[in-house]
Design a binder for this molecule. Structure first.
Ligand SMILES: [Zn+2]
Length: 305
């Protein structure tokens, strides 16, 4: 099983803060790497933490607020200077491609690689799939079109119960079909249903990245029993009104989503610049009162799952 490793490059929100950078996360899975949001300074954060930006295959942008994508043009043009050759996919909202293409054009930037934009509409949909991985958009409610992302490993094949291969005399040429779900008819005419001769494949790993959104209980079933849920927690309970008026969530609301979804672990971030480092413990308590297995994001934190 390949573990995921998530590194927090930035966990601040819109206003600059001394101790926090705007949103960006680096998701490593074996030798594959993905970037989630790309606030200002993301390139420098990757250098600082020794993460290879050249390895990034896909960039996932949640919405067009500057604290989530103002670092993108810098990274893309750096790739050009470094003569990157591997193609790069960027997933994001309508308008992102136009902004980036205009910046590239007016700055006379020439890219050395194929840049492909995949524009989503706000819905729960599969936007990427390969042999190992699936990625879904989760529609959020913010002040501009916004989607979170769900990363999901593909399930492997079912496992045939070993001793039955011999006792039922299953021919070699049928093994793959049975692993893929087929039933088996023995030479005596008895049909063995797939679930009686196979075991479930190993559990798959799942990660959801939810930012920015007002408290939105309807997303819980889409998130489901993820191994790790990152959910924005811009405000504390004292500022719950502000969360509503700015379309953000409180730490307690993030915990309610984790609880309702059945998440295994919750990671909270996107803290308001007004919440000082010393006050994060209180914010964490507001979440753990609802969902115990919660951790605070901080710059450079690595979470394996
Ligand atoms: Zn926002």
């Amino acid at each position: 099983m390949i573990p995921f490793e998530l590194t927090i490059l930035g966990c601040g929100s819109a206003s600059p803060a001394k101790e926090r950078n705007p949103t960006a996360q680096y998701l490593k899975w074996g030798d594959r790497s993905f970037l989630l949001d790309c606030g200002e300074g993301t390139q420098m954060r990757m250098l600082h933490y020794g993460l290879k930006s050249s390895r990034i295959e896909h960039i996932y942008i949640t919405h067009l607020h500057g604290d989530h994508f103002f670092g993108l043009i810098g990274l893309l043009t750096t790739y050009g200077m470094l003569k990157r050759t591997s193609p790069l996919k960027i997933f994001g909202p309508p308008g992102l491609a136009a902004i980036i293409e205009l910046q590239l054009e007016l700055t006379g930037s020439v890219l050395s690689y194929i840049l492909e934009f995949i524009t989503w509409e706000s819905s729960f949909a599969k936007i990427y799939e390969d042999e190992q991985l699936e990625v879904f958009t989760i529609p959020l409610s913010h002040r501009t079109p916004t989607c979170g992302y769900l990363f999901q490993e593909k399930p492997g094949l079912r496992k045939i119960v070993r001793h039955l291969v011999e006792s039922l005399k299953i021919p070699v040429e049928q093994l793959t079909a049975i692993k893929e779900g087929a039933d088996f008819a023995g030479s005596d005419g008895v049909v063995h249903l797939n679930e009686t001769i196979t075991e479930a494949p190993r559990a798959i790993k799942r990660f959801a990245f939810i930012t920015d959104t007002v408290y939105l209980p309807s997303i819980a079933p889409m998130i489901g029993e993820v191994d790790l849920l990152y959910h924005e927690s811009t405000f504390n309970n004292e500022n719950a009104d502000k969360a509503i008026s700015t379309f953000h969530s409180t730490a307690e609301q993030a915990a309610m989503i984790a609880q309702a979804a059945g998440a295994k672990r919750l990671l909270i971030g996107h803290f308001s610049a007004k919440i000082k480092k010393d006050d994060l413990g209180a914010l964490l308590s507001e979440a753990t009162n609802v969902f115990n297995n919660t951790i605070l994001a901080e710059e450079g934190l690595k979470v394996e799952f």
